[in-house]
Design a binder for this molecule. Structure first.
Ligand code: FPP
Length: 225
């Protein structure tokens, strides 16, 4: 049976969740942050799961209204500060991916502190994708190799990516069926699961059901059975 060692999630539907309740979109992000916590804790207690990568802010999310972007930045900052103890209690190592140089100095500092303080944890690795886009990630990797005198190999490129680990199971909530520039390289052989559930309504129970289905899928990686 398959093991979901690396789960990646596109957390979509926060805005719609809030609008459905006549609330401001940012209330959806607030509710979404709580789900990030519960899903991370669940994964940290699951024997199969080694890595959880969550799409928290894409390179395209800057196009949103300024106030929403500012809210997301503040939420991220307070989330990380508050959750540091929870990461430590659950032995979770925090490893951000993406180009965080675009963030404010204080947010960059919070990210680095949480990363450093959890560096010794050897349980689940939780990666938040922050100012992340797969095309940007691949471009940065290629540029870092452009002065190489040898032909670039798969391994060389892979080692320069922010995320060096292939994805087993990729889930998108919120009903849309697209990858939105998330982990395109690492998901080459990922199993894709799409659910209509809006992210703030996503539960550990639903994740358990998806993992159960994933376990039974026949993965061939381009070969034969
Ligand atoms: C998509 O919902 C979600 C995001 C753009 C950001 C994800 C953010 C969170 C889950 C909350 C904050 C996270 C952390 C780690 C503190 P959407 O706004 O695109 O929803 P919509 O498609 O319904 O408009």
């Amino acid at each position: 049976m398959n093991q979901a060692k690396h789960i990646a999630i596109i957390m979509d539907g926060n805005g719609r969740w809030a609008e459905l309740q006549d609330k401001k979109r940012v209330k959806g992000h607030e509710a979404g942050a709580k789900v990030v916590k519960s899903i991370t804790t669940f994964c940290s207690n699951h024997k199969d799961i080694e890595r959880l990568t969550l799409y928290a802010f894409s390179t395209e999310n800057w196009k949103r209204p300024r106030l929403e972007v500012e809210f997301l930045m503040k939420l991220l900052n307070s989330y990380l500060k508050k959750e540091l103890d929870v990461y430590l209690q659950n032995n979770v190592r925090f490893e951000p991916i993406g180009d965080i140089r675009a963030f404010s100095k204080s947010l960059q500092k919070t990210i680095r502190i949480v990363q450093e303080k959890t560096a010794h944890c050897d349980g689940l690795v939780q990666s938040l994708a922050l100012n992340y886009g797969a095309q940007d990630e691949i471009l940065r990797a290629v540029n870092s190799l452009k002065n190489s005198h040898e032909d670039i190999t798969l391994e060389m490129l892979s080692n320069k990516l922010d995320c060096k680990h292939s994805v087993d199971l990729l889930i998108r909530t919120g009903g849309d069926k697209r990858l939105s520039n998330f982990l395109l390289w690492q998901s080459a052989y990922a199993e894709l699961f799409f659910t209509d559930t809006l992210w703030p309504d996503f539960t550990t129970k639903e994740l358990e059901k998806i993992i159960k289905k994933f376990k039974k899928v026949e993965r061939r990686f381009g070969g034969l059975k």
